[in-house]
Write a protein that binds this ligand. Sequence first.
Ligand code: ASP
Ligand code: MG
Length: 412
Amino acid sequence: MALIVQKFGGTSVGTVERIEQVAEKVKKFRDGGDDIVVVVSAMSGETNRLIDLARQISEQPVARELDVMVSTGEQVTIALLAMALIKRGVPAVSYTGNQVRILTDSAHTKARILQIDGQRIQRDIKAGRVVVVAGFQGVDEKGNITTLGRGGSDTTGVALAAALKADECQIYTDVDGVYTTDPRVVAKAQRLDKITFEEMLEMASLGSKVLQIRAVEFAGKYSVPLRVLHSFQEGPGTLITLDEEESMEQPIISGIAFNRDEAKLTIRGVPDTPGVAFKILGPISAANVEVDMIVQNVAHDNTTDFTFTVHRNDYNNALQVLQSIASEMGAREVIGDTDIAKVSIVGVGMRSHAGVASRMFEALAKENINIQMISTSEIKVSVVIEEKYLELAVRALHTAFELDAPAGNTAE
Ligand code: ASP
Ligand code: MG
């Protein structure tokens, strides 16, 4: 008998019929002898609908009041699911974040969980009840309702699993697991049976949006075994774990991630003196712009070209900052490019295999794709390329690293 935390996202509880289906699923696990704690999101579209209401009153609604309002979405689904369970003869009880006491800091709309009191839940479990907890919300020390940021129910699920020392945290969603890459881009993408937290973090931060990044970080930190599964299809899903298996069949690369959300900026011909990088990136970070990749190289005339990428939403802001410092720094010019994309190969197998990067560059060269920037970490190699070649690049790399599904076994 195991204690399992099951989290169901917005589409999985998007209609009353679906909530009934979720109740059936929970009942099945419980009939099998497991103790179950369920975390649910608001019905799909509900959080957006609520935020839109607030925007009709004020363009920048007060964060505290926004939290009071958006937390209602989850309050509806916990009650409906508890009712659906009770109707099926399964004893169940629902709790808001405040009632469990999911204690957070006071950063409204992006609060962090500080502590969870699992006692009440433990008592209910002992009494044979399924406990249904509202995702995405908590309460601060003063009793104000807080929320954890969009997609925050994943984090609630993982945090509860950690606090209750659950055997597994299952995230039910509208895909049947984590894939080697986006199946909409590569029909031969395959579901992974297993992936490590580290790899998952890289995949998630690079735009594979199956799980909220914070939830993965949390699960890694507290060693909560995490499984991504389809809400309404049977299947093993993908297990996200700590252990790195060294098996013969283990591919070197676990997945190909990509991201179209970045833009590139270059400040050219800056006299190369100590402090250049700081003089450029200091004002950028003061403008609250986060920098991702950075490349700097010195030319024979002792000037340097400094290139970096930022989120596309920050592009105009960053460009303005660069233009304002360019003349003062004696730079030749500032140029920007929004038609770029970042492609990365991710895999813990890289640690023990040489030549992975060159195999990547070879595959791109064969397709005549120019690499504009490169960055590497222990388990990742990323390149920036022209956006129009993104899909071609992802497909080429998927094949080059032998990730393609065998014929007749594709997502198409
Ligand atoms: N309902 C919240 C949102 O839409 C939280 C969640 O779904 O995880 O962002
Ligand atoms: Mg979600």
